[in-house]
Design a protein around this ligand. Structure first.
Ligand SMILES: [Zn+2]
Length: 308
C-alpha cells in the first residue's frame, strides 16, 4: 500500500469536505491576527455585566475588566484560571509576528448524514461559522516560534465545542504530513469535547487518520508537541492529543476520555479529588509539564531547541 493511500488525506472523499480555496484566504480571521478584533470568548454569563467591560471569573467569582484580562492573556489575576480563547488569539501569542501562513483555510464541512435534531447539523454549521468567522474548529498552518519553523494546528472550542469532524481531522492530518515533508516539528494546541457526533463514523475515522499521520511523522525522528487546554476530552484526547513526544497542559485544564459522571456510573466508584485535571494527570505521568499561558511560547521555544 502506498503512503498516499495509507494517509487517506491526499484525496478526501469529496462528499465530506468542500474545498473553497483561494477566496477564503483573504477573508480568513488569521489575516487579522496581528490587528485582531478584541472579542472576548469566555464561559461566563455576561448578561448582568454592563456593556461587556467586566467579566466574572467562572472559577473564583472575581470581577475583572476585559482590558486587564487581555493584558494577562486571559488569565484571572486572582486565581490564575485560564479562560477559553479563540484560535486566532493563540496563534497571535505563539507565532512570531507576521510569520503565520494559514493552510487549507477553504476546507469547509458538509453534512454527510443529513443529521436531523432539534437543530439540523447544517444549520449548526452555518451559525457556528457566522459566530466564529471560521469554517470549522481548527486553524492550521506554518509559522515561526522564536524563529523555529513549525507546523501548527490550533483548535477553537467556540466552534461546536471544538469537536472533531472530517474537516478538523483532515486539516490536522494535512499539516502533519506537510510538516513531515518539510522536516519541521509539529505543535498541536487542542481543546475539544471529542469527536463530532453529527458526522457519525466519519468523525471517528479522523482518530485513526490523524494518529497514522503522526506515527509516520515521528518515525522520521521529527518532534511532535501536544498542548492540552481546557477542556481536551474524548476522541481528541484518545487520538492526536495524547500522542505527543511531549505533552504539555495549561494549569487546571480538564483532560480525559469519558466524562466523570459516566465513569462514576460505570465503575460505581467514587472518583478521587481533582480527577481529570492537568495536575492530577501530571502526577500520574500522563502529561509531562504544566505550563502557565504566559510562559507557553518561551517554554515551547526551549523545548524545540532541545529536541530538534
Ligand atoms: Zn479567578
Amino acid at each position: 500500500m502506498s503512503t498516499e493511500t495509507q494517509s487517506g488525506s491526499t484525496s478526501p472523499p469529496p462528499s465530506l469536505i468542500v474545498d473553497e480555496e483561494q477566496p477564503e484566504l483573504t477573508s480568513s480571521p488569521v489575516g487579522t491576527v496581528f490587528d485582531k478584533p478584541r472579542e472576548v470568548t469566555t464561559r461566563t454569563k455576561k448578561s448582568d455585566i454592563p456593556s461587556g467591560l467586566w467579566i466574572r471569573c467562572s472559577s473564583c467569582g472575581e470581577m475583572v475588566t476585559n482590558k486587564e484580562l487581555e493584558a494577562l492573556l486571559m488569565v484571572c489575576p486572582k486565581c490564575q484560571f485560564h479562560f477559553a480563547v479563540r484560535a486566532v488569539e493563540r496563534i497571535a501569542w505563539l507565532a512570531d509576528e507576521k510569520s503565520f501562513e494559514e493552510t487549507d483555510a477553504g476546507l469547509s464541512p458538509v453534512d454527510p448524514l443529513g443529521f436531523m435534531g432539534v437543530v439540523e447539523y447544517s444549520q449548526k454549521l452555518k451559525s457556528n461559522q457566522k459566530k466564529t468567522g471560521l469554517k470549522d474548529a481548527v486553524i492550521t498552518g506554518f509559522g515561526q516560534l522564536h524563529e523555529h519553523k513549525i507546523g501548527l494546528a490550533v483548535m477553537d472550542f467556540g466552534f461546536l465545542g471544538g469537536s472533531m469532524g472530517s474537516v478538523v481531522g483532515e486539516k490536522i492530518t494535512r499539516v502533519v504530513e506537510a510538516s513531515t515533508q518539510k522536516k519541521l516539528p509539529v505543535i498541536v494546541v487542542s481543546t475539544s469535547g471529542g469527536a463530532r457526533m453529527y458526522e457519525g463514523l466519519f468523525s471517528l475515522m479522523q482518530m485513526a487518520k490523524t494518529s497514522a499521520a503522526l506515527a509516520r511523522h515521528m518515525r522520521t525522528g521529527l518532534p511532535y508537541i501536544s498542548v492540552l487546554t481546557n477542556p481536551t476530552m474524548a476522541g481528541v484526547m484518545a487520538s492526536f492529543a495524547s500522542l505527543g513526544d511531549l505533552i504539555i497542559a495549561e494549569p487546571q485544564a480538564m483532560i480525559g476520555f469519558a466524562g466523570a459522571r459516566v465513569i462514576r456510573e460505570t465503575t460505581r466508584e467514587e472518583l478521587p479529588n481533582g480527577f481529570q485535571t492537568a495536575e492530577f494527570l501530571l502526577e500520574r505521568g500522563l502529561i509531562d509539564m504544566i505550563v502557565h499561558r504566559k510562559n507557553m511560547k518561551s517554554t515551547l521555544a526551549t523545548l524545540l531547541e532541545f529536541i530538534r
